[in-house]
Design a protein around this ligand. Structure first.
Ligand code: COD
Length: 300
C-alpha cells in the first residue's frame, strides 16, 4: 500500500500490536492530547513522565480519560528526559516522544554514550508533508537535527529516509538534492555534494532510490519549471524526497509549508535505537498525533 494522505497513516498500524510509548515532560497539553488520543485508539500504551498534578489537570481540562495510564511523577524536566531515554535504552518502551522539554536537552540524553539511543548510524530528522498543491506526499530532510551535514552525513540522511519511505509503500523514491541553482557551481558546496550524490546513485553506491541534483526547489517540484529551464530529469516535478543543504533552509521550508501553505505534516527522528517524536512547540496537536503514528509504524 502506498500512502497517499497522512490520514491513512493509521492503516500502517492496523492489526499490529500496540507500541509502548514514553512521553518525556508529559505536562504539555498538545503532546499529552496526542498521546491520550493514540492510547484511546489503542495504537500506543503510554507511560507519562512529568508533573503528575499538572498532567491530570490538563487531561481533565481536555476531557480526556487518563484512567489506567502509568504516570511517573517527576518535576525536574531534565530528569524526565533521562528517565524516558533510559526506558527506551532498556527496551521498556518502543517509541520516545518529547513533551515540554527543550529539543537540545532531550537530544543530549539521546546521544549519551552510556545509556543513549545511538546505534552507530547517523540520527536524522524526517518530515512528510501533505501539500494541497502537490500531487503526492513529499518528504523533507533534515530540518531539525543535523546542522550542516557533509557528504558522508547526507548519504546516511538519504538512507534513513529511503528506508522510511519504503515502509510508507514508496519502493524507489525520487530524491531531489536541493541547491540554489541546478548547475554545478564550484563556489556552492550544496551543488558539488548534489552532483556527487547523483553520480554515486548512478554507480549504485547509494541504492533503492533515484537521486538527481543539483535541482532548485522549483524544478524539483514542478515539471513545467524543469522543462522551461531545459532540464531533463527523472526526478524533476515528481520528487518524493527533498534533501536540504542545511538546517536553516530546511527549517524555513518546513515552517513555510505549515504556516503559508497550511500543509499537514508528520515527522520523526530516524536512525536511533527507537523512533523519536521530536515535534516543535509550534506544531499542532494533529501534527503531533500524525508524527506519533509515523513513529509507531517505524518502531520494531
Ligand atoms: N547522529 C548520531 N550521532 C551524533 C549526531 C547524529 N545526528 N550528532 C552528533 N552526534 C554524536 C557525535 O558523533 C558525538 O559523539 C556526540 O554526538 C556529540 O557531537 P557534537 O559535539 O557534534 O554534537 P553536539 O552535542 O554539539 O550537538 C548535537 C546536536 C544534535 C545537539 C546538534 O547537532 C544540534 O543542536 N542540532 C540541532 C538541534 C536543534 O536545535 N533542532 C531544533 C530545530 S527545530
Amino acid at each position: 500500500m502506498t500512502l497517499k494522505k497522512l490520514s491513512e497513516l493509521h492503516k500502517l498500524l492496523d492489526n499490529k500490536p500496540f507500541k509502548r510509548l514514553v512521553l518525556a515532560a508529559a505536562h504539555d497539553s498538545q503532546s499529552l492530547g496526542a498521546v491520550l488520543k493514540a492510547a484511546a485508539d489503542r495504537i500506543v500504551q503510554p507511560v507519562l513522565i512529568g508533573d503528575e498534578k499538572e498532567i491530570r489537570r490538563l487531561a481533565g481540562e481536555a476531557n480526556q480519560n487518563i484512567e489506567g495510564i502509568k504516570i511517573i511523577n517527576e518535576h525536574d524536566v531534565e530528569k524526565t528526559s533521562e528517565i524516558a531515554v533510559k526506558m527506551v535504552h532498556n527496551r521498556e518502551a518502543d517509541v520516545l516522544m518529547k513533551g515540554k522539554v527543550g529539543t537540545s536537552t532531550l537530544l543530549k540524553h539521546i546521544l549519551d554514550k552510556n545509556w543513549g539511543l545511538r546505534t552507530g548510524n547517523l540520527l536524522s530528522h524526517f518530515a512528510i508533508f501533505e501539500v494541497k498543491t502537490y500531487h503526492k506526499l513529499i518528504a523533507v530532510t533534515d530540518v531539525a537535527m543535523n546542522i550542516a551535514p557533509n557528504l558522508r552525513e547526507k548519504i546516511s540522511i538519504i538512507n534513513n529516509s529511503v528506508s522510511c519511505l519504503n515502509m510508507l509503500g514508496i519502493d524507489m523514491p525520487k530524491v531531489a538534492v536541493l541547491g540554489a541553482v541546478e548547475m554545478v557551481n564550484e563556489s556552492m558546496q550544496a551543488t558539488l555534494d548534489a552532483a556527487l550524490l547523483s553520480k554515486m546513485n548512478q554507480r549504485d553506491q547509494i541504492k533503492n532510490c533515484i537521486i538527481d541534483g543539483p535541482l532548485a526547489f522549483d524544478n524539483a517540484i514542478s515539471l513545467e519549471s524543469a522543462i522551461h529551464k531545459g532540464i531533463k530529469s527523472e526526478v524533476a516535478g515528481d520528487t518524493d524526497l527533498l534533501l536540504m543543504p542545511d538546517i536553516e533552509v530546511g527549517n524555513v521550508l518546513y515552517k513555510s509549508l505549515v504556516f503559508f501553505a497550511k500543509a499537514k505534516v508528520a515527522s520523526v527522528i530516524l536512525g536511533a535505537a527507537a523512533p523519536i517524536v521530536l515535534t516543535s512547540r509550534s506544531d499542532s496537536e494533529q501534527a503531533k498525533y500524525d508524527s506519533l503514528l509515523l513513529a509507531a509504524a517505524t518502531a520494531k
